[in-house]
Design a protein around this ligand. Structure first.
Ligand code: ADP
Ligand code: MG
Length: 586
């Protein structure tokens, strides 16, 4: 080894350029940020992956002709106030180093525009006047031409599109177009909110399946959209997205938190759709964590995390869960049927649902139980529609929340004996704080139990303890015992029992799904039914007599009716009660 000496500046500049721009995607990211910083309201992107070329045209402020010499030099920036996406003054310089950079621009202070070209050091090599509207067009061609190792595979379109979509979600007032090799791939028009843009980015999503809220509290401004978990979920966590001050970022703690909020509202191995945008004063965000600015340091991260948790919970509970598309209802209904087979179990005594605190109830309409269908569904009505509530799932939700609230241990007067426990099962019970005591070979005594699992029947307690001993953690233990004790499908219920169950279920904090994440009910809104039956007239509420019914259904022989008609038209007395029935609307 030779002695320590400073690196030459050329080498340092190359290293830095490679850190900022490591892909065509990174080049596009920097160009988009510059356009947004220039207050553009229209941004057009063109990509030519085969040529390693990207061009971003904006209608922003433009660059004054007098500054064109500086822009691509290292660490030159006009953004020192901390309010913009850029601030390092490195992007244009790095792009000049790694590709071939040209800029066309016109600033309001200049009488005409300019076309400028730069060399690999970021020095202006050529400049000529150009006719153009206010704004800037930056083109980077031949990226990594001298860096073959970075060109191992052609750039993919999808990450480039995701980048533009994310930028659009965080800047809803901008209109966007993306073309690839001349062909239009994406076009987004401006909207008022994150939600407006999300619906354009995901056109297959029904707006009634989303919940959106904007919350300004103190110096923070939260915008969030979530997909109702019984309607929208993903096989991957690709739609858990978080933006801070206009830029989407990697925040693993937040992603975990978001997943945990949805944990028992989603089916297993499915992920929610959640997009959050937090805007904060710039001094509360430190972007100097990653050259791509994809990570950050936040001031008071715990406070922000707690706010996020609370806002998400509130938004989740505000979901009414009524999908509007008829077809969705019908498809979902048939799905629901296949989930549960009616089990013809021996009749178990119906255990009235444990009461939940009323204060947590979200706004579900008051439901009146009408009938039990197939001993699985409770048919219920309310002024705006009909619901089918799956009895096992509804009770499972009630039990789950009851169990969570009553998990504190109680001492048993008579200990319960458990036999044949595996070492893992014993360990699991220990972890849950139940302290099984050895009592002979393979036999254990348990003297304490979570209150929620107490029962007069020792066999019932034994069953619950065995269930707990099979679960990996507290959450899944609670879900398992909730399911175990819940009313089975196939059990006949009286109207009164159904009503009790409906009321207890409606008081739960999250009635839309069971703790495994399955939807609990199917809502048929009256307005959807009216649309389905193409009914536009009002509803008549007069009862109808049996004789009228007989006549309007033409149960009388036609001959008699015809004779009555003839009598009437001949002026004879028209006392036949069918007269009115024929005239009255139904
Ligand atoms: P930074 O964005 O961190 O300032 P860049 O190298 O990306 O660094 O850009 C350097 C400067 O060039 C910016 O500060 C800005 O003044 C100017 N600039 C770059 N792109 C645009 C654009 N699209 N519109 C207006 N000005 C631009
Ligand atoms: Mg920049």
């Amino acid at each position: 080894m030779s002695k320590i000496q400073p690196l030459n500046p050329e080498r340092i500049a190359q290293m830095a350029a490679g850190e900022v721009i490591d892909s065509l995607e990174a080049a596009l990211r920097e160009l988009l940020e510059n356009a947004l910083d220039a207050q553009a309201t229209r941004i057009q992107v063109e990509i030519w992956p085969s040529r390693w070329q990207v061009r971003v045209a904006d209608n922003g402020q433009g660059i004054p002709g007098s500054e064109l010499e500086q822009v691509a030099r290292r660490h030159t920036t006009s953004k020192l106030d901390g309010r913009s996406l850029g601030f390092r003054g490195e992007a244009l310089h790095s792009l000049a180093r790694l590709g071939s950079l040209t800029i066309q621009t016109r600033h309001a202070a200049d009488a005409h525009g300019w076309l400028a070209a730069y060399d690999r050091q970021g020095e202006l090599t050529h400049r000529q006047p150009a006719a153009m509207a206010l704004g800037t067009v930056v083109t980077v061609a031949d990226l990594f031409a001298d860096w073959p190792l970075r060109r191992r595979s052609l750039p993919q379109t999808r990450p480039l599109l995701t980048l533009v979509q994310n930028a659009a979600l965080a800047h809803p007032w901008v209109s966007w177009q993306v073309r690839q090799e001349g062909q239009l791939l994406l076009s987004l028009w401006p909207g008022q909110s994150l939600q407006d843009l999300l619906l354009q980015v995901l056109p297959q999503v029904d707006p009634s399946d989303l919940r959106y809220r904007r919350i300004r509290e103190g110096d923070s401004d939260w915008e969030m959209v979530l997909g109702l978990p019984d309607r929208l979920h993903r096989p991957r966590p690709d739609w858990i997205r978080v933006a801070v001050n206009g830029r989407f970022v990697q925040m693993p703690e937040w992603q975990r938190l978001i997943q945990s909020v949805f944990q028992h509202a989603l089916p297993r191995h499915r992920y929610p759709l959640v997009v959050v945008h937090l805007r904060l004063p710039p001094e509360q965000v430190d972007w100097n964590r990653h050259p791509a600015k994809s990570e950050l340091y936040l001031q008071d991260p715990e406070i922000r995390q707690e706010q996020l948790r609370q806002h998400l919970h509130a938004l989740l509970q505000s979901g009414s869960g009524q999908a509007s598309r008829r077809s969705v209802h019908l498809i979902r209904a048939s799905e629901a049927k296949s989930v549960y087979e009616a089990s013809r179990q021996p009749h178990l005594p119906f255990n009235p649902a444990p009461a939940a605190p009323a204060c947590s109830a979200p706004s579900l309409p008051p439901l009146r139980a009408l009938a039990q269908l197939h001993r699985i569904y409770i048919l219920a009505e309310h002024p705006q529609g009909l619901w089918l509530v799956e009895q096992h799932l509804a009770h499972e939700r009630v039990r789950y929340e009851y169990i969570q609230r009553h998990w504190q241990p109680v001492e048993l007067e008579t200990p319960v004996m458990l036999q044949g426990l595996s070492p893992q099962a014993v360990e699991q019970l220990e972890q849950l704080g139940l302290e099984p005591e050895p009592f002979g070979p393979n036999t254990y005594l348990v003297r304490r139990l979570p209150l929620a699992l107490w029962s007069e029947d020792p066999k019932e307690i034994q069953g619950s303890l065995l269930e707990l001993s099979r679960c990996a953690d507290l959450e899944s233990a609670q879900v398992a015992v909730a399911c175990r004790g819940a009313l089975r499908n196939g059990i006949p219920l009286t109207l009164e029992q159904m009503q009790q169950l409906l009321e207890a279920w409606q008081r739960t904090a999250n009635p839309h799904t069971c703790p495994h994440g399955r939807p609990v009910y199917l809502a048929l809104a009256e307005k959807d039914l009216a649309r389905y039956f193409r009914r536009r007239w009002g509803i008549c509420d007069r009862p109808i007599s049996n004789s009228k019914m007989g006549s309007i259904l033409e149960l009388e022989p036609l001959g008699d009716r015809f004779a009555a008609q003839v009598r009437r038209s001949a002026g004879s007395s028209a006392s036949d009660p069918t007269d009115e029935a024929n005239a009255a609307p139904l």
